[in-house]
Design a protein around this ligand. Structure first.
Ligand code: ADP
Ligand code: MG
Length: 291
């Protein structure tokens, strides 16, 4: 492409808040064959809300009070949703001690002399906690696309807190537009498989890579690249930065974290998934026609 064509393409994008950091980013977007999208905060709004609280053998308010104490120490979006819910229910506050964040698993702390765990099945397995009848309830909730975290108190499963995170309004349209461009769309998430598959199905995504630990996202991108395809990765979180760096084209959601924005080759200022196909079309328009 001529320098003029590159200026035109970059300008077209900028007017729409699609910011290519350089000419290579613009050129790469013309050749992308696979788009990997982070689920939480990219395909979804990233604002989970508590939908169900299930207590088993403990008082529900008491369980919420213990969980909220742990999650008050965490910055995870699921933790914030739980704290908001507990506050709105007025369960009262108590301080947690010896807080430990376990990335990709959950959180652990000491509350009122009890050891409280909140997180996924992997955390419970690690701690040797048997889910008992809660396992089936968890699966039912996951099948509806909700994220159900498990609560354990003093080594015993005590309940579940389920949350829903609504897809962004344009996520399904963005997937359809990418398919129209002949581009494969993959969802990449740390969330559990059943939850991710239900949401992917609603959005028309055919490939789901779920239950990925935060540190393993970049390796998953590299695996896709090994098939010889040009891969774009779209994400918003600190967790996503290494995967954005690894991808042929790293794309950050404008509403995302600074680290993601700094690492990316392309920033979508409007945080609209539809701007992913828009960017690829601008790239193709600039580089294919000019050959
Ligand atoms: P994501 O890709 O959705 O951002 P993470 O790697 O941050 O996922 O977390 C993966 C899973 O670990 C969550 O879906 C949840 O089950 C569990 N988890 C992580 N942190 C917490 C927490 N603070 N409270 C409860 N569950 C958590
Ligand atoms: Mg995210």
């Amino acid at each position: 492409a001529t320098p003029t064509a590159i200026m035109v393409g970059t300008g077209l994008g900028a007017r729409r808040g699609v910011l290519f950091k350089n000419a290579i980013a613009l050129e790469t977007s013309a050749h992308v064959q696979t788009v990997v999208m982070d689920k939480t905060g990219t395909l979804t709004k990233g604002e989970p809300e508590v939908t169900d609280v299930i207590a088993d053998g403990v008082d529900e308010g008491e369980m919420l009070r213990l969980v909220a104490a742990v999650e008050r120490e965490s910055e995870h979006p699921l933790a914030q949703a739980i704290v908001r819910h507990a506050d709105s229910r007025g369960v009262g506050t108590v301080r947690a001690g010896r807080f430990e964040n376990v990335p990709g698993h959950g959180a652990v702390a000491q509350v009122d002399g009890r050891r409280v765990l909140v997180g996924n099945r992997r955390l419970m397995e690690r701690e040797g906690i048997d889910l008992g009848p809660l396992a089936a309830r968890r699966d039912e909730l996951a099948a509806t696309g909700r994220t159900a975290v498990i609560v354990a108190v003093d080594g015993r499963a005590a309940g579940l807190v389920a949350m829903a995170d609504a897809p962004r309004e344009t996520s399904a349209a963005a997937v359809a537009a990418l398919h129209d461009l002949g581009v494969e769309v993959v969802m990449l998430t740390g969330d559990n498989r059943a939850t991710a598959e239900r949401i992917a199905e609603r959005l028309g995504i055919d490939t789901v890579i779920a239950e990925v630990l935060p540190g393993d996202k970049a390796a998953k991108v590299a695996e896709l690249q090994r098939t010889g395809r040009k891969v774009a990765m779209v994400g918003d979180g600190v967790n996503d930065a290494p995967a954005l760096a690894r991808a042929d084209l790293g794309v950050a959601i404008g509403a995302g974290t600074d680290v993601a924005i700094e690492t990316a080759d392309l920033v979508l200022m409007r945080s609209d998934p539809l701007d992913v196909p828009v960017a690829l079309r601008i790239g193709r328009g600039t580089f294919r026609k000019m050959r």
